[in-house]
Design a protein. Structure first.
Length: 522
């Protein structure tokens, strides 16, 4: 197999090595950590290389210089500070699979990677040195410390001044409605304080700043969040497969210090700004004076950032943001998982060792305006809003027309399960996946049974049968599993006779159990 000529450059040095194609792919995948120096690149290699083999690859490097042209046919040239990849031969893909390499001939798992849109991937016949130097200069000139604007004095001064002006302007109304506003709750949408806070928040995000290259603040915030989300998602999958936390960034890496914001940081920043504005308005009204707010806002900002939150599984916002900047998933610590004795999925996850429980924050509480959205351009946001409205209209129309659910010939359901969703296309491939699906469906069925008295025996039987089923899945022993599946099916028959309104759910579960039996026989 033809080796690839892999060339790597930063501001200070250049190295190259001839490596096997799989090694070249894993080296390329390491660029997903956005290193800007060869030292950072070596740390990023831990994502896709066992430490010992990474050391072996590093020992292969030979010093070189950045030339104008690529002379060899099968070459990958990477300029780290210029975010440039020039290649000859097999294409380099922005999103692809790469092996985690223990040794050159012993891959241990295949994982996805995604390269930021900052990377220029080209096989054009160009002057490599000239293009690399041009891109380096442009990136250096455009580098900004976004977080010093978002969390520092610029934010404090803007929020304080705008809130004081709004307080003076609206004071008669706020004083008159003070007790009513407070009783209604500061976070209730529609009241005067919330309206003022939303307006100031919007104005801040839509402000164009010279220290951000003339960009609006919200535009600078959202530019790279999709790449970071994809990168962390890939690390989550790697964690599950390897049963170990993957390598994150180093706090000294440029991608940590100057990198774009991820979704969690954007969400927590939204919450911080609202907390500061709503709290400061309350402070102004209670003290009846528009005093300078820098000290109050600074103190409240620091307190909020350092206060553990239940939604962050006990982490502070600062710690959760730091974890995302390290490109590591947010997880529920062992022993703190949300569990329910009657939740089959909770128990199955623990018994089958499916890995940590990953935590994902959502932006459902954001105000429905473009300024607060995660979209890079308003046109995309408008398209999404139109699609959401059309989806709601379609759902309401279908809901009014639908009188009952039916099971199709493939065992798929149209409206049987109201509280769980399983991608049917993923089923029928392994007993483990089908067992997980059965667990989801059984959880909803058990909740239905618990809503009516007299079903305790059925709940106990279904729990017991599923408890017997999950430990037997891993060895895939037909002689053990078949009797359990049969007993579970018999109990579902009894449930259907006793509760006719649940018969369709029982019938659908029976079809999934039959498919599990077929998988076991093959």
């Amino acid at each position: 197999m033809t080796q690839r000529h892999f060339r790597l450059f930063d501001d200070q040095q250049g190295v190259y090595a001839y490596v096997e194609p799989d090694v070249a792919t894993s080296l390329t995948a390491s660029l997903s950590a956005d290193p800007e120096s060869i030292e950072e690149f070596h740390r990023a290699m831990k994502r896709f290389f066992h430490p010992e083999f990474a050391q072996t690859v590093r020992a292969m490097w030979t010093e070189t210089t950045l030339a104008d042209e690529i002379e060899l046919d099968d070459t990958v040239l990477v300029d780290l500070p210029g975010r440039l990849i020039v290649y000859r031969g097999d294409p380099i893909l922005r999103c692809d699979d790469a092996c985690y390499l223990h040794t050159e001939l012993q891959p241990q798992g295949v994982f996805r990677y995604h390269l930021s849109s900052e990377w220029l991937l080209t096989q054009d016949d160009i002057s490599v040195r000239e293009l690399a130097q041009s891109r380096r200069s442009k990136r250096r000139a455009g580098r900004v410390d976004l977080r010093s604007v978002l969390f520092g004095e610029p934010m404090i001064e803007f929020l304080g001044e705008q809130a004081r002006q709004a307080f003076v302007r609206e004071r008669p109304r706020l004083d008159a409605d003070w007790q009513q506003q407070r009783a209604g709750g500061w976070f209730r949408r529609g009241n005067d304080v919330y309206r003022l806070a939303r307006g100031i928040h919007r104005d801040w995000l839509m402000t164009e700043r010279p220290d951000l290259g003339g960009r609006r603040i919200r535009d600078a915030m959202v530019v790279g969040n999709e790449h970071i989300s994809m990168d962390i998602s890939h690390r989550s999958s790697q964690w599950v497969q390897q049963q170990a936390c993957p390598a994150g960034l180093d706090q000294h890496d440029a991608a940590f210090v100057y990198g774009d914001l991820g979704v969690h940081e954007i969400i927590l920043y939204y919450d911080l700004v609202r907390e500061l504005l709503l709290g400061y308005f309350e402070h102004l009204i209670e003290h009846s004076a528009p005093s300078p707010g820098s000290q109050w806002l600074t103190t409240r900002r620091d307190e909020w950032m350092e206060t553990p939150q239940v939604e962050l599984v006990g982490l502070t916002p600062r710690e959760a943001i730091e974890r995302e900047r390290l490109r590591l998933p947010l997880i529920d610590p062992p022993g703190h998982e949300m569990t329910d004795d009657d939740c089959l999925i909770c128990r199955m996850s623990a018994e089958l060792g499916t890995g940590p429980a990953f935590i994902h924050l959502d932006a459902f509480h954001f105000d429905g305006e473009f300024a607060f959205s995660l979209h890079a351009c308003e046109e995309d946001w408008q398209v999404e809003q139109a699609a959401v409205e059309a989806s709601f209209e379609r759902f309401e129309s279908e809901w009014r027309q639908e009188s009952c659910a039916e099971v199709d010939t493939k065992g798929r359901t149209d409206a049987i399960w109201q509280r769980v969703f399983v991608n049917q296309e993923m089923l029928g491939r392994s007993v483990g996946e089908d067992t997980m699906a059965v667990g989801f469906f059984l959880s909803e069925l058990i909740e239905d049974l618990k809503c009516h008295s007299g079903n305790d025996e059925f709940v106990e039987q279904l729990n017991r049968h599923f408890n017997d089923l999950t430990p037997a899945v891993i060895p895939n022993d037909l002689t053990v599993l078949q009797p359990i599946i049969t007993r579970l099916g018999e109990t579902l028959d009894d449930v259907a006779r006793h509760c006719p309104d649940l018969s369709l759910k029982c019938l659908d579960l029976q079809s999934h159990l039959a498919r599990m039996a077929e998988l076991l026989e093959h």
